[in-house]
Design a protein around this ligand. Sequence first.
Ligand code: PMP
Length: 396
Amino acid sequence: MHFSDIQRVPGDPILGLIEAYANDTNPNKFDLGVGVYKDAQGLTTIPRAVKLAEQRLVDKQLTKTYIGGHGEPRFGTLISQLVLGDNSPLLAARRVSATQTPGGTGALRLSGDFIAECLPGRGIWLSDPTWPIHETIFAKAGLKVSHYPYVDRENRLTVDAMLAAFETIPSGDVVLLHACCHNPTGFDLGHEDWKRVLEVVRRRNLLPLIDFAYQGFGDGLEEDAWAARLFAAELPELLITSSCSKNFGLYRERTGALIVCCADAEKSLDVRSQLSSIARNLWSNPPDHGAAVVAEILGDAELKQLWAEEVEEMRQRIAQLRSGLVQALTPLGLGQRFAHIAQQRGMFSYTGLNDDQVARLRHEHSVYMVNAGRANVAGIDATRLHALAAAIAAVC
Ligand code: PMP
């Protein structure tokens, strides 16, 4: 038998959590596990701007023939503008190459293979903790994966420890930074912190890879791009992976981009040629539909406005849930202890609850969150914040 030695790998713990939640018959259960945005009704709906763009595409699209390794050129231009700013001098100087990818995950994998093939010997440094797929994706691309501290034992952002670690990273290595809405912690760097990171990155000749998966979910579409734009303005070279999964609600359409900023237009063409050659061996051409939708939206003032309003609605709901939960915990004497939940950004929160408390919340109160106390704040039912706060208080 050819397959007899193949072992079963354990399932993703988050998928196990989804199943356990689905099987829980308690009508008052809470799903704070899975990483998707949910609206007030608990649904992950398709944004209206996306629906309208899809309707237009049905009428307009004349062919489904191959689109080429970099995908839809209009998408590449528009997503680069969204990330770097409409008037970015880098775009005018043709220093930017954008390659359409199957989601942010595809962009990360493409960047991993690009580093492995074109910058051999460079290691990659991830925040501890980070999104678990970062760990495996770069290892599978053959890179040496190391970590820099990000959150301390008291569940606080540790910028000093992070910067001290950066001083020891070998020159030329890649450092992965979350542009905003850090997954899994929700702790983001402030502007002054970013400037300090930039200083050490430049001085030690490190190559930043900015993972931008939640543009618009933190402080706003433009505000969230602040760090990526600072780095693009101040450094000659930079990798940015952009995902349209959350902010366009396009999750399963697999829409994203690898944006590479280069020192000049000529080098950007060299890099670009390498990326299409690498992509050719991964997925050949990227999936089209989601990118066509994004291009339709971003290329039309009215649709773009509608979409921006919808992203803002999602952002505000998350912000209100964050402050609402802290307010609900306050009369229970826990407002101070969980004040960080209101300061964190994006869908996720490192609550500071330990594994034992997470297990009790699940078994005694039907509150489902992943270990290390990561809660998806965007999964909270706003009308039941007090019940959630009471459950948390019961295990603290
Ligand atoms: N980076 C981070 C930090 C993420 O959380 C995610 C999505 N969970 C991604 C990248 C990629 O998302 P996708 O491939 O679905 O676009």
